[in-house]
Every structure is written in structure tokens, then in C-alpha cells.
Design a protein around this ligand. Sequence first.
Ligand code: ADP
Length: 319
Amino acid sequence: DLRFGYPAGGLRDAWATELKALLEADAAIAQAVVDISWRIHSHKVQGELTPIPGVKNVLAVASGKGGVGKSTTTANVALALAAEGAKVGILDADIYGPSIPRMMGLSGRPDIEGEAILPKVSHGVQTMSIGYLIEEDTPMVWRGPMVTQALQQLLNETRWDDLDYLVIDLPPGTGDIQLTLSQRVPVSGALIVTTPQDIALLDARKGLKMFEKVGVPVLGIVENMSTHVCSNCGHEEPIFGTGGGEQMAADYGVDLLGQIPLDIQIRMQADGGIPTVAAAPESNLAEAYLSVARQAAARLSRQARSKKLQFPNIKILDT
Ligand code: ADP
């Protein structure tokens, strides 16, 4: 019996077969039965913050710069965790450019039940976004404190249903809003998305330091748009340079969780409301996201566990 601290649905059968063969190679073992399962625990969050009801772990996806593929990575990593067997949600906190509704093929207002907002579900993933509450072409003319308040409300008043992971798509940058969120939202681990380009890496480094300062473990770096393979002739060209993510990971002693190529399928599938992991689950591109998701979840499973128990509110009434 093997029990992992992260979902491993995609690898379970292959591991079980391999282990069974290895065990049975021993003459003393006539027949081996291998059972692989997982249990996802709640991991420690910053300081005195308490976990959100209905959510075991919050994973923050951040980038220094906009347009590096943070939302695309959030959507695909969330779908990958779900495909591996976890219960997953996405909170779109990119308040000035909420792109999760479009990427997940969702629109319209969420349902309300009593005081709670019900998440909208797509491809098996629960989602909430400010994009559901405003028109798509309406700019958000809100100042920082209003933004952080609105996001905290979305986070706390959504009725998340028993999530193992809530993946938050943070607004790009390391300004006031990002800092406030990284201090107030109980996060168990962060992923930093960057392209290999120097100008993106400079900002990504600031993002990484911000999480270190507020005591959120950085689970690793995802290098997006690593290389481009021409769909016509197969020629490979590193449009945004090479080795940037690897260098940054080495400089800060964090892991490079994976490298995602620049590929027209990723863009088209996200634009079409069915991100790559859901649209082409057997593809090499989906495998790249699945590997990032497994690496991140496995690293999180090695972090300290949360000691704060999630008790329901108990009221004693004199009736
Ligand atoms: P961010 O959230 O960092 O602003 P997005 O995820 O919105 O970035 O991505 C910006 C644009 O780049 C989108 O049009 C998206 O479809 C595209 N994109 C992101 N990653 C890739 C990739 N690996 N290959 C091709 N297009 C990508």
C-alpha cells in the first residue's frame, strides 16, 4: 500500500504495474498486490491567517509581467490537478483583465444562495471571477483598497465545495494590490510564471522575492513560451531566448517546474474556452502541464501541514 500526498491518477496504473513486476522478480514473492492511493492534506499558510472554509490549499499563480501566460498556465494547471484526481477551483483575481471566464468557456452571473455566491463549474473545475459580475468591455476604475476588498469578498463568500486546491490567478506585478493579497490571503504555495526573456525575468524575480518576504513558499517556476516549433516546417526557434527560467531557478534555489512551448494550439484552445489539458488530454502539450501540476503538488505535499483544524461554528443555545 502506497499513499501519496498528491493526486497521481495519471501515473497510478503504470507505477503499480512496474512495482508489481519488481516485487515479483524476487523469488520469495509469489504474487504481489500493489495498491496506490493519495490523501491531500491542508498545508501551512502565512503567519496567523486561517484557511478558507471548504479549501484545503490555496496555490497562487503570479508573474511579474503581464502577457507572459499566467492565466493560461493557471487554467491548464488547475485542469491538470483535476485530471490527476483532485477537487480543484480557480479564483480569477486578475481584476483588471479577468480572462478565466473566457478561457473556461463561462459567462453570465453566478447563482446566489442566501449569503453565498455559487461557483460556476466548467470541465469539472469550480471557478469564480470578477468577470462574471461586470460586462466584458467595462474597465475596472477601482482603486487598490476596493480591489483587495472585492477579491477577499469573492474568495470568502464563494461556496467552494470541498476543494483540495484553489488556484488563484493573481494580477501581474508586485504593487500594492499584489502585496496586500499575498499578506491577507492564506496561501500554501506559489508558482511563478515567466518567459525566458530578460525583461520578464527581472519582474518575475521581484514576484518571487515578494512571496519570500511574506513567508509563502515558492513551489517553483514555470517557464512559458520556452521555444517555438514551426507548425509548417518543424524548425525550432527560441523566440524569447533560452535558459532564463533555469538560471532564475538556480539563482534563487527554487525548482524549475517545467517549460511550456509557444504553440498556436495552446492559444487557440484557451481562446475557444477549452484549455489544452481538457481539449487534447493525450497531447505532449497537455503532458507538459500535467508534469508541472504533479511537480507543484508533490512539492507542496512536502511542506509543513496546517495545524489549524477547520471546525464548524458551534453555537450553544439556551432553548
Ligand atoms: P497573462 O495572464 O500573463 O496576462 P495570458 O495567459 O492571458 O497571459 O496569455 C497571453 C496570451 O498569450 C493569450 O492570448 C494566450 O492565449 C497566449 N499564450 C499563453 N501561453 C501560450 C503558449 N504557451 N503558447 C501560445 N500562446 C500562449
